[in-house]
Design a binder for this molecule. Structure first.
Ligand code: GDP
Length: 334
């Protein structure tokens, strides 16, 4: 059976192997692999889009893997199939990993109804994110109806995850200060749902954090999200829940909130619009990254760049003129 057929076949060991093979193919940098991966993606595309894409972020230690394990096992118990993919900004910089080094999600990772794939270990954040996005499509085609994309709350990775998922969830610790960080970085604005984890440790602190973040979100909602029209019955206001991933408490309420969000988004057409906009944004992100790479690799640009750089540094050439001259070199027929 070819790769596509194995992917679309019934769940089982053969399908798992096919998923791993497909993802390896699309993570490869070899041109022939890339061509085959593109062909495969095009063939799979009609079979994608039926799952719910859930983004989860939070600082290291907030409890992401504990939470995903508890949620994943609960949902599998209800008949779902769950894929977990990671975007690890540390791996794209250093080749090391914040997310991948420890044994994570012990039960979920060996469950036949779950598929867990760590972040690609090299490439720029944009490249790693693009590959995760493609891996997500492979998992969807293979019939996983929930795809979780996880990231660590450092760098720009939250924006990348929010930009490829239907719902973005931010995990927080029940102490103040932490939440202020997220507000400062603009991450809170991305959140459709904020979860205060480890509420079992200090319920009062969790309740205080919940109130604080709820009011912060209200302010952000008034000023920061112009797409949210007033007086719209289908409108979703970002919510704040508290739970304990370790004790698996609050998981049901979390899933109810996700289900309600999904219903509102689907019913109002916002889900489809969000996905359309995301697909185009990804196309442009990839185009821009490809152009940047082609520019830097262009032989004439490479030979002109050192002199032009010095000229700009020493004020002999205006930066904008220098840019125009270098871009001119890229024109066909030049
Ligand atoms: P990650 O780095 O965000 O994936 O965090 P982990 O899931 O690895 O959790 C970090 C630590 O916090 C582990 O020792 C967990 O057992 C613990 N932890 C996670 N969730 C909870 C919780 O709800 N309550 C308590 N008390 N500890 C938790």
């Amino acid at each position: 059976m070819d790769l596509k057929a194995s992917l679309l076949a019934a769940p089982g060991p053969q399908q798992r192997r096919a998923i791993a093979k497909a993802i390896t193919l699309l993570e490869s940098t070899r041109a022939d692999h890339r061509a085959r991966a593109d062909e495969l993606l095009t063939e799979l595309l009609p079979h994608t889009g039926k799952s719910f894409r859930l983004g989860i972020s939070g600082v290291p230690g907030v409890g992401k893997s504990t939470f995903i394990e508890a949620l994943g096992l609960a949902l599998i118990g209800q008949g779902h199939r769950v894929a977990v993919l990671a975007i690890d900004p540390s791996s794209s910089v250093s080749g090391g990993s914040i997310l991948g080094d420890k044994t994570r999600m012990e039960q979920l990772s060996i469950h036949p109804q779950a598929y867990i794939r760590p972040s690609p270990s090299s490439g720029t954040l944009g490249g790693v994110a693009a590959k995760t996005r493609e891996a997500m499509l492979v998992c969807e085609a293979a019939g996983y109806d929930l795809v979780i994309v996880e990231t660590v709350g450092v760098g720009q990775s939250e924006t990348a995850v929010a930009g490829m998922t239907d719902m973005f969830v931010l995990l927080q610790l029940p102490n103040a200060g932490d939440d202020l960080q997220a507000i400062k970085k603009g991450v809170m604005e991305l959140a459709d749902l904020v979860v205060i984890n480890k509420a079992d440790i200090d319920r009062d602190a969790a309740t205080r954090a919940q109130a604080q973040i709820t009011s912060a979100l209200r302010i952000l909602g008034q000023h920061g999200r112009p797409d949210h029209a007033q007086h719209d019955a289908t409108l979703w206001h970002a919510q704040v829940l508290q739970l304990s991933a370790l004790k698996a408490q609050g998981i049901d309420a979390f899933w109810q909130a996700v289900t309600r969000f999904r219903g509102l988004q689907e019913g109002s057409g916002r889900l489809a619009a969000r996905r359309r906009q995301q697909a185009l944004a990804w196309m442009w992100e990839r185009i821009e990254s490809g152009l940047r790479q082609a520019f830097r690799q262009h032989p004439q640009v490479k030979s002109l760049l050192p002199q032009i750089t010095r000229d700009v540094e020493h004020g002999r050439l205006a930066a904008s003129t220098a840019a125009r001259q270098l871009l001119q070199v890229m024109r066909p027929g030049h």
